[in-house]
Design a protein. Structure first.
Length: 389
């Protein structure tokens, strides 16, 4: 089961009760993680008598009561200390109302500007307490699921933290979401077992038009049915992907089009393409017009293209992988360093690849990872072309 599927089906994690001191009537409350990092879990572990997992639940499922029964001066001092670390905290009296947060959300990162990947990875290191290598792999995954079992307050805090780097968050409540199950084609006997399992569950099975040579698809499963089917199918040994629709992103490829002012206006409004550029793009069909479009926006987009008498293809980014072909290297040392750091190649492998040009760096790289690597190489004068696998 891949990481996306594991996260998608997680049950909300319950929070421990607040620690009671019985010395007063004040309550220390955390409203949001704010700008604090994962290090706060270890810090609060010295204050609260809970294991790290439960302390993390209190923070990432805020609002949460941390300590009750404190003298107000003590609670105020503790609150100031927490605010100094970046947490948003408050002090309430015993009779004040309080609505606790729920751990019913999960989030996936969507990066639009690869030039900020370094800052995005550092933010992941801070907020999740990861090492740089793990943070890089997480950011480049497709979809790039960061956290599950978090509250809506944490979702908003994370959105604010990644927004300066041109990144956004897709948020979902997995228990209420719909899932698409992709079954990568294997042996005929395995494929038949998958088909029987889906038929027994009353799930219609369709061929994936974009990946018809390698995948079957069960569409629009609710969480309980997705979980039940997954439990049965994972025993077949076939390769499966279960992807939450809230985390699906697509690119739309314009295959055929009839030029018109309406089409020019739609491409300008919907894809940000300058009107003067549209005629040149139409001459280069097929051409990607919409990048990173969410599932919820895909249907209206395709309907508008159909209304304009255009033929388009929607490609799910989670299934796209790339290699890179290097055609020119100006700075060998900088190129080797980039391949080690961004492409995760060891020095010997990188040097071997660059002995003769063109040199092909075989993936699979996800779309984001490939674009980031291409950007970093271009920045040092190395020319690389993306090759769809």
């Amino acid at each position: 089961m891949d990481f996306a599927a594991q996260q998608a089906l997680m049950e909300p994690l319950g929070k421990p009760p607040p620690f009671s001191r019985n010395e007063g009537e004040a309550r220390l409350v955390v409203r949001s993680i704010g700008t604090a990092g994962a290090g706060m879990v270890r810090t609060l572990k010295h204050i609260l008598p809970y294991p790290e997992s439960q302390v993390a639940a209190l923070l990432y499922q805020a609002p949460s009561e941390l300590v009750v029964g404190l003298p107000r001066p003590v609670a105020e001092a503790m609150s100031r200390m927490l605010r100094d670390t970046g947490l948003e905290s408050d002090v309430l009296d015993a009779r004040e109302s309080f609505d606790p947060g729920l751990g019913d959300h999960e989030v996936a990162l969507v990066v639009h500007q690869v030039e900020h990947m370094g800052s995005i990875i550092q933010e992941l290191v801070s907020v999740l307490g990861l090492d740089v290598t793990t943070a890089r792999k997480m950011a480049c995954a497709s979809p790039a699921i960061l956290l599950g079992r978090i509250s809506s307050a944490t979702v908003e805090a994370l959105r604010k933290r990644f927004a300066p780097w041109g990144a956004e968050l897709d948020a979902s409540k997995p228990r209420e979401a719909l899932f698409d199950l992709f079954i990568v084609e294997g042996a005929a006997a395995t494929r038949a077992a998958v088909q029987r399992a889906l038929r027994d569950a009353g799930v219609p099975l369709t061929e994936d038009k974009e990946h018809s040579s390698k995948a079957l698809v069960a569409m629009g499963l609710d969480a309980p049915r997705a979980h039940a089917i997954w439990e049965r199918l994972q025993r077949t040994g076939t390769s499966l992907r279960l992807i939450n629709r809230d985390f699906q992103r697509f690119e739309v490829v314009l295959e055929q089009a009839r030029p018109s002012s309406a089409l020019t206006d739609f491409l300008h409004r919907g894809a940000g393409i300058p009107p003067a550029v549209v005629p040149k793009l139409l001459e280069r069909r097929p051409i990607v017009t919409h990048h990173n479009i969410p599932h919820a926006a895909l249907g209206p987009c395709l309907e508008e293209f159909a209304r304009l008498d255009c033929q388009v293809t929607a490609r799910l980014l989670s299934f796209q992988t790339f290699s890179l072909e290097l055609t020119e290297v100006r700075d060998m040392a900088a190129t080797l360093l980039t391949l080690r750091v961004v492409a995760d190649l060891d020095d010997a492998r990188a040097r071997s690849l660059l002995q003769a040009l063109p040199a092909r760096i075989e993936g699979p790289f996800t779309p984001l990872h490939a674009r980031w690597l291409q950007y970093e190489l271009k920045r040092i004068g190395t020319t690389a072309r993306l090759v769809l696998r």
